[in-house]
Design a protein around this ligand. Structure first.
Ligand code: SF4
Length: 293
């Protein structure tokens, strides 16, 4: 029996995707972002909730009337793709009930050895039928189970919210931190496999973005604006270029905040951004204006 491991569930959320949503905070994350406000989701075995897809679907159906035409369920975390197989079963059930699904992922630590190169322009993107063939074809070429699980999950996911830590590869790696390889998280169901440290996470993330675009998924990009790390106009301009290249519907700049710093203390982990203040409204206004250029 497939089991999903969750940190928590937030009902009536309005910030993680369109409309009113239930947000599933999945347990386990291979990143260690310096600004993380959910470090209590990192360790896969420290979960608070445990569900089968059927039981969680039943619980989520109680909120169906709030979702309307635009809302639905978003799986974030933690890193939801570590539990791709569980989410595929859950999302399949939700979609049968007409509920919209989304994943909020950082992706970059997984390997993606897929026959997808570049990004087709909007008019050249494959049709639904071609998508199915592509997924079929990709299954034959996928190098590891995780890829296959992610592809299956994408098939039942309406919206991909992708967190791009930085548009410079070295700064990206620095900002998202490292976990020693022998401590790297895996899917509690046994399917997850993350890449060793030192891989080009930005490139991995862009490859994933390319795949999502070729599968005609709705895409939102996100980035946390941390003063001194991601708050240059040039950096945000590059983010906008990425959004345009891959046909993202929306780019959200999220101001860094310190509301989760107490959790680092509680876990006895030194808070790496101690002394870094949240960006001012003026900085956020200036960077959002870059997106509108
Ligand atoms: S991806 Fe980064 S910010 Fe998100 S849960 Fe993992 S460590 Fe925290």
């Amino acid at each position: 029996m497939r089991i999903g491991y969750l940190h928590s569930i937030e009902t009536l959320g309005a910030t993680d995707g369109p409309g009113i949503r239930t947000v599933l905070f999945m347990q386990g994350c291979p990143y260690r972002c310096l600004f993380c406000h959910n470090p209590d989701t990192w360790e896969p075995d420290k979960y608070a909730l445990k569900f089968t897809p059927e039981r969680l679907c039943k619980k989520l159906l109680r909120f169906k009337e709030y979702y309307g035409k635009t809302g639905g369920v978003t799986a974030g975390g933690g890193e939801p793709l570590l539990q791709a197989a569980f989410l595929t079963e859950l999302f399949t059930l939700l979609k049968k009930e007409g509920i919209q699904t989304a994943v909020d992922t950082a992706y970059g630590l997984f390997s993606l050895s897929l026959p997808v190169t570049g990004c087709p322009s909007k008019e050249n993107r494959p049709t639904e039928k071609e998508n199915k063939d592509k997924i079929q074809d990709t299954r034959h070429n996928a190098q590891c189970t995780m890829n296959e699980d992610i592809l299956k999950l994408l098939n039942v996911t309406d919206l991909v919210i992708l967190d791009i830590k930085h548009t410079d590869p070295a700064r990206f790696n620095r900002l998202c931190g490292l976990v020693p390889d022998n401590k790297r998280n895996a899917d509690p169901n046994g399917g997850g496999k993350a890449q060793p440290s030192g891989t080009n996470r930005l490139q991995n993330t862009l490859s994933f973005l390319s795949l999502c675009a070729s599968l005609r998924k709705r895409i939102w990009l996100r980035q946390v604006i941390v003063p001194g790390y991601t708050d240059s106009e040039e950096q945000v301009r590059k983010l906008k270029e990425i959004a345009d290249t891959y046909g993202a519907e929306k780019v959200e700049l999220l101001p860094y905040h310190t509301a989760g710093a107490y959790k680092w203390d509680a876990l006895n982990i030194p808070y790496p951004l101690s002394g870094v203040e949240p960006p001012t409204e003026e900085i956020m206004r200036r960077l959002n204006a870059v997106l509108q250029d």
